[in-house]
Design a protein around this ligand. Structure first.
Ligand SMILES: Cc1cc2nc3c(=O)[nH]c(=O)nc-3n(C[C@H](O)[C@H](O)[C@H](O)COP(=O)(O)OP(=O)(O)OC[C@H]3O[C@@H](n4cnc5c(N)ncnc54)[C@H](O)[C@@H]3O)c2cc1C
Length: 423
């Protein structure tokens, strides 16, 4: 016991050998801060290069953070915002922007405080990180798949690479990400390591992910984006979600900002299906106002066939679907449309129903909800409360946020906290 204490005292303040597993956003930032503290840092990455996921963020432009104030950042973190309190304050969004600006990568702000590289190139974010690490002498070993994290007497001892080579170190920072977009290398390995160390891994599911619908007509609407619509979700006749925004039809269902946010909020209820999504195409109008508008339009178009009368009201591609669902004869003259028929159309415009059968999978999910229970992690240092010398950062933790740069901010802040805690 006394010996262990002496060893841990000796370790403080002197050069440590820090092993970082995973060269994603959290791992690269953790390695930078650990190396800045004068430690010897080695990153083990299973891929052939670093930042494969960063490369595809923000549609290749990387929405690297958000300029919102700290309170608003907290509000955008769905799970784990209390846990994030300390690390978000010690490495803020302004610190993130300054980090990249200092390395010659200029940052611009767009709608909703979203921050991007001025170049619109996610690859510049990776380049800036790689060069920062190089200048501090951090070693990155590619094709190094960590297969086990080994401990001795409740303290980190070593990692096993590719099932055979053992690399010893004083501490390890596990930044292996979640399960989303597994082609980028995030295959949930950190969850297995955490379990082997006695951690609780909270149930995971895809999040910020599109929905699937029963209706196959969505395929014909694929690519149609609806702006300024309101959506509501019902399960067992109970409203579980309502939001205004932009959505998109896809070949299997629906996506777009408002759907992705809904998946983060109520994905647990949506994942098993039996949910009805209603689209209000004209949320700015009450039923009465919209009915009056329909009457005016019908008067203007009274000699047209019904199928040719909706151009001003709806995007062209959805008109055939609307006509079919209204059960009004498409060839009927508008002046012959009965009041009950108009009411049916009105209902569809205010509450267009789609049966949601579930969420799409991890291949299409921006993030993973769930992960390592943060009650078992020190929020200031990211150190495991179960095993000394083991640290976790980034998406592997049970912390998640809406889109807008918040998930990367989580990775930068927790990575920086873990890195700074070394030595
Ligand atoms: C398509 C898409 C777009 C996104 N856009 C944005 C955006 O614009 N803004 C935003 O804030 N967030 C965005 N996100 C979310 C954000 O990218 C992630 O939350 C963030 O990258 C998580 O960082 P991380 O370092 O924790 O994990 P990851 O980026 O997943 O990195 C984990 C790394 O660990 C490596 N690894 C895993 N297991 C092992 C192992 N056993 N041995 C060695 N290496 C291992 C992996 O290869 C990988 O390189 C997006 C996500 C996706 C999928």
């Amino acid at each position: 016991m006394a010996l262990l204490f002496a060893v841990s005292v000796l370790r403080k303040g002197i050069n440590l050998k820090v092993i970082v597993i995973g060269a994603g956003a959290a791992g690269l930032m953790a390695a930078y801060h650990a190396a800045k503290n004068g430690n010897e840092v080695i990153i083990l990455e299973k891929n052939e290069k670093s930042g494969k996921k960063i490369y595809i963020t923000g549609k290749g432009r990387c929405n690297l953070t958000n300029t919102a104030d700290i309170t608003d950042i907290g509000k955008n973190i769905l799970r784990g915002s209390k846990f994030m309190y300390s690390s978000l304050r010690s490495f803020t969004n302004e610190d993130v922007i300054a980090f990249f600006e200092d390395r010659g990568m200029h940052v611009k702000e767009e709608r909703g405080g979203r921050a991007f590289p001025v170049s619109d190139k996610a690859s510049d974010v990776i380049k800036a990180l790689d060069s920062a690490l190089k200048s501090l002498g951090v070693q990155i070993k590619y094709y190094s798949n960590v297969t086990a994290v080994n401990t001795l007497d409740g303290h980190f001892k070593s990692v096993t690479v590719n099932g055979k080579t053992e690399i010893e170190g004083d501490s390890v920072i596990i930044t292996t990400g979640g399960l989303s977009y597994p082609s980028t290398g995030s295959t949930g390995d950190g969850y297995s390591f955490a379990k082997s160390l006695g951690h609780t891994v909270n149930a995971t599911r895809p999040s910020l992910v599109p929905f699937e619908t029963k209706e196959s007509f969505v395929r014909d609407l694929s690519g149609l984006s609806l702006k300024n619509v309101s959506i509501s979700l019902y399960k067992n006749n109970k409203k579980i979600y309502e939001e205004f925004g932009e959505m998109l039809f896809t070949h299997f269902g629906v996506s777009g900002p408002v759907i992705l946010s809904a998946s983060a909020d109520v994905g647990d209820e949506v994942k098993d299906g039996n949910v009805t999504l209603f689209i209000d195409f004209k949320p700015a109008m009450s039923r009465e106002e919209l009915d009056a508008r329909l009457l005016r339009d019908f008067e203007e178009n009274k000699n047209k066939e019904f199928k040719n009368s909706l151009d001003k009201l709806l995007p062209r591609s959805i008109i055939p679907v609307m006509v079919e669902l209204s059960k009004i004869d498409p060839e009927k003259k508008v002046c012959e449309i009965k009041k009950e028929e108009r009411k049916k159309l009105l209902n569809l415009l205010k509450a267009f129903p789609l049966n949601i059968t579930g969420l799409r999978g991890y291949n299409e999910a921006i993030i993973t909800k769930g992960g390592i229970n943060v009650k078992e992690i020190d929020p200031k240092t990211m150190e495991s409360k179960k095993c000394k010398g083991v640290y976790f950062a980034g998406e592997v933790l049970d912390v998640d946020a809406y889109t807008g740069g918040f998930n990367l901010q989580i990775a930068w802040s927790t990575g920086a906290a873990a890195g700074r805690a070394q030595g």
